[in-house]
Design a protein around this ligand. Structure first.
Ligand SMILES: Cc1ncc(COP(=O)(O)O)c(C=O)c1O
Length: 286
């Protein structure tokens, strides 16, 4: 078996201590297990620099796509319309989700080597008052480009619309002050920069906007508001939760803090990146 040194962008290599957490069996109904869920939810809000008065965290079974699909199909109603800004496969996947679930959308497709332009988004919002939401990817993993969600977020907030961000391969590795950047829904997953193992995604939601999504969900299992209502009571997941993965994730969050938080992890990733480029150049790769 090949013991990889570096797997990226995720699932990535996890520590032995994170993996060891999965040797313990837990019951989804037990108070100590539900407390782990609540601890994770609190820690996620802290990582995004948001207060529990304004934001709340929802954990959702399934991979990252399930989280993105949960948001798009739960908060964009039949009378709404979402502007999807894409510059890679994961942005395009958002359009596929909307098409499949008949979520009204328009698509601003940017070249893969360029970031979606905030001024263009502002114009599109001005021209089409029917647009209620804007969705885009932060780190477009297909190319590695880091999109300027801060500028787009400002434009979306100024226009009074709702901003949905797929921060799958950035959250935990890149600092994202969600409230300051005008993000209303932020999606990421267990197995990316927080360095847990695959099995669930999580969504940071502006409370007020989450509550406004009442009655909009098209799916039972991916209903974001329903999932939140269950979890908010006492940490119990609506349907069977991936207990081993949740324990591993809780440990991974603690290890992120021990490392020095997002700034320290960011520096390590940047150094890995620099080293990779340097060594590949030395090997004669262009
Ligand atoms: C930016 C981004 N969005 C969405 C996804 C989809 O996540 P998953 O493959 O976990 O469903 C990925 C996966 O790498 C991603 O990088």
């Amino acid at each position: 078996m090949n013991a990889y040194k570096l797997l990226t962008p995720g699932p990535l290599t996890t520590t032995d201590t994170v993996k060891r957490e999965m040797l313990v069996d837990r019951c989804t109904w037990d108070d100590d297990y539900k407390a782990v869920t609540q601890k994770i939810r609190r820690q996620l809000l802290e990582l995004a620099h948001v207060s529990a008065d304004d934001y709340t965290a929802v954990l959702m079974q399934g991979s990252g796509t399930f989280g993105v699909e949960s948001v798009l199909t739960s908060v964009v109603g039949e009378e709404d319309k979402v502007l999807i800004c894409s510059n890679g496969a994961y942005g395009v996947r958002m359009t596929e989700i909307c098409a499949r679930s008949r979520v009204p959308y328009v698509h601003y497709a940017q070249n893969y080597d360029k970031v979606p332009d905030a001024a263009r988004v502002a114009r599109l919002l001005e021209e089409d008052p029917a647009i209620t939401h804007v969705a885009m990817v932060h780190s477009e993993t297909t190319s590695g480009i880091l999109n300027d969600i801060q500028s787009v977020g400002k434009v979306v907030r100024d226009a009074g619309r709702t901003f949905i961000v797929d921060a799958m391969s950035s959250f935990g590795g890149v600092d994202i002050p969600a409230a300051d950047w005008g993000i209303d829904f932020l999606v990421s997953s267990a197995n990316k920069c927080i360095q847990g193992v695959p099995g669930f995604s999580f969504i940071l939601c502006r409370r007020e906007k989450l509550l406004k999504s009442e009655g909009k969900a098209r799916s039972l299992s991916l209903d974001l508001l329903d999932q939140w209502r269950g979890m908010e009571k006492d940490g119990k997941w609506r349907f069977t939760s991936p207990t081993h993965v949740v324990l591993a994730f809780s440990r991974a969050l603690d290890e992120l803090a021990q490392e020095g938080g997002i700034p320290a992890r960011s520096r390590r990733y940047a150094e890995n990146n620099r080293l990779l480029i340097e060594k590949m150049r030395a090997m004669g790769l262009p």
